[in-house]
Design a protein around this ligand. Sequence first.
Ligand code: ATP
Ligand code: MG
Length: 292
Amino acid sequence: MMININDLTVTFKNKVTAVDHVNLSIGSGIYGLLGENGAGKTTLMRVLVTVLKPTSGSITMNGVLYGEQNYRRLQKKIGYLPQELNLYPNLTVRECLEYMGELSGIEKRECRKRIDFYLEKTSLAEHQHKKNRQLSGGMKRRVGLVQALLNEPKFLIVDEPTTGLDPEERIRIRNLLVDFSRDRTVLFSTHVVEDLAATCNQIAIMKKGAMIYSGAVRDLVSEVRGHVWICTVKNEAQARELETKYHVSAKQYVDGGLQMKLLSEEKPEVECALAEATLEDAYIYCGQFQSL
Ligand SMILES: Nc1ncnc2c1ncn2[C@@H]1O[C@H](COP(=O)(O)OP(=O)(O)OP(=O)(O)O)[C@@H](O)[C@H]1O
Ligand SMILES: [Mg+2]
């Protein structure tokens, strides 16, 4: 599977350009999409699932152009978990999934088999006879994910699948996505950098509609190596002074004062040592310096 996005722009009627001349190639495997609120992730995903037409630019999936004449053909290969999903409130989880399976044209017996399998995988089997309106936020998210997986899409697009999940479920869902990504393509947006660090080896970062990084997680982290510093300050005044001069990616009270992690191209003007860089540091660094 290869998705090529060429010079894609989406400008809404209110003149907001949510996606700004984006180029990106997405191959097989699991691909992370990061970016601050309003960066354009959901808009890009909506174009990729054919619910939104771009203002300019083009996309191809395995050489097939995203154009209305090909939408049905493309949609058969796509699964989508939207950021905001309204499940039929009065249907039970099972009824809802069976109905959605029917809409996608999946044969009944096969559909039931898949529903059983994915309900089990998402720890929802015991809740399948509850009405959607009786579900917690995290459970709804998981039903949404099962719905997206039902047609076993070659290209799965999940917009913040782990939002609202407890830590154990987050890990299960992440692992499910990794399993699912074998010989498929999964595009996974999140604000939880840890989720991407644990699952993806390729990431893309958006800022104000532009793609500011795309490539290997490893390469991004190595770019920030040598620019992450750790120091311990004795009082609040000193901490505040550092905060005005540097980007602070973490701070924590420890014996002896306040320990701070600073992101800086040059060695900060304070007693400090180089620290291990994490993906979170690299993400913040990339957003601030944009020179990667
Ligand atoms: N239908 C719309 N009409 C007008 N502007 C829109 C519309 N949808 C999104 N926007 C604007 O486009 C920009 C990108 O929004 P988008 O939802 O794609 O961001 P996001 O990266 O998904 O953010 P978040 O992390 O909060 O989900 C924002 O400025 C938003 O206000
Ligand atoms: Mg969004």
